[in-house]
Design a protein around this ligand. Structure first.
Ligand SMILES: Nc1nc2c(ncn2[C@@H]2O[C@H](COP(=O)(O)OP(=O)(O)OP(=O)(O)O)[C@@H](O)[C@H]2O)c(=O)[nH]1
Ligand SMILES: [Mg+2]
Length: 276
């Protein structure tokens, strides 16, 4: 696992601070595996037995997580970015609903963004806009291709750890590459000075992007791993493999209704009414 050494808390300014930005290749201590303590992408960990020359170490413990999502498995997530495309693959209400239910069930703040807007006309956009408004969502419309809506997205991602989820082929990796190379993201040279990557590090590399199949109109599952990538303006963005069927593992018969903002809004109105 790749671990980045970060600034410790101000009160604990130790000699570790001059190692800020060093990337270490780590193995997980056997004991952690034995007690089935999984180490997830996004975890804050204690690393011991460090060889600063070869940049190797051992993960000895995992700090308590503020949040944990299962699908994809990522720890300490502040924000979910659910990405769909207007076309190629076409926006499909049932698939979107399923992803929204899964995302809402985590309780983590959510932004819905719709990519590839240049592929459809104004009328289609307006129809979706009002339809989603009735569902309780105000989506951000964007296009990586035409560089539309990227600034507002970048604003929302600042200083948070965001996980980007959505079906294969909607442009998750393309969006990450565009946001990381955006002229509005602060100077990458700043990062250059403090970060020492190890071989194979994805810190500066572009994420691989794949064509959408012309036959099925679906993506080809180009991204295979979850990786947490730094945004040079501050914050992290995790790319994840696209999948078509969220598992809905945390959703129960009782909690299902609460994952629909429109139901919650009606419930609240009803409560207010009762109080009067
Ligand atoms: N027309 C158009 N194509 C786009 C846009 N954004 C991305 N694409 C294309 O969509 C295809 C899929 O993009 P990816 O970024 O690989 O999609 P992904 O969501 O990461 O897919 P997986 O890794 O398989 O989950 C590529 O051919 C991109 O060039 C856009 O705004 N408009
Ligand atoms: Mg991808």
């Amino acid at each position: 696992m790749r671990v980045i050494v970060q600034q410790s808390e101000p009160s604990r300014t130790s000699d570790c601070n001059d190692k800020t930005g060093v990337e270490l290749l780590c193995v997980v201590r056997a004991l952690l595996k034995k007690i089935k303590r999984r180490v997830l992408v996004g975890d804050k960990v204690v690393v011991g037995s460090i060889d600063w020359v070869d940049r190797r170490g051992m993960i000895e413990n995992v700090f308590q997580r503020s949040t944990e999502i299962l699908d994809p498995p990522v720890a300490n997530v502040d924000h979910l970015l659910l990405l769909f495309s207007m076309d190629q693959p076409k926006l499909e209400p049932f698939a979107l609903t399923r992803f929204l239910v899964e995302a809402e069930s985590t309780g983590i703040p959510l932004t819905l963004a719709l990519n590839k807007v240049e592929l459809v006309d104004e009328e289609v956009l307006n129809t979706w806009k009002s339809r989603l408004h009735t569902w309780g969502y105000e989506p951000l419309f964007c296009s990586v291709e035409s560089k539309l809506g990227l600034d507002s997205l970048l604003q929302r991602l600042r200083d948070q750890t965001t996980v980007i989820v959505g079906p294969s082929g909607v442009g998750k990796s393309s969006l990450i590459n565009a946001l990381r190379s955006s002229p509005h993201a602060s100077d990458a040279a700043d990062v250059d000075n403090w970060f020492e990557p190890i071989l194979g590090s994805k810190w500066f590399e572009d994420q691989r992007v794949g064509e959408v199949s012309t036959k099925s109109g679906r993506g080809k599952h180009t991204t295979r791993h979850v990786s947490l990538l730094p945004l040079s303006g501050g914050g992290y963005l995790a790319d994840t493999p696209g999948f078509n069927q969220p598992s809905l593992l945390k959703v129960t018969k009782q909690s299902l209704a609460q994952t629909f903002p429109e139901v919650c809004a009606v419930g609240l109105l009803y409560m207010i009414h009762m109080l009067h």
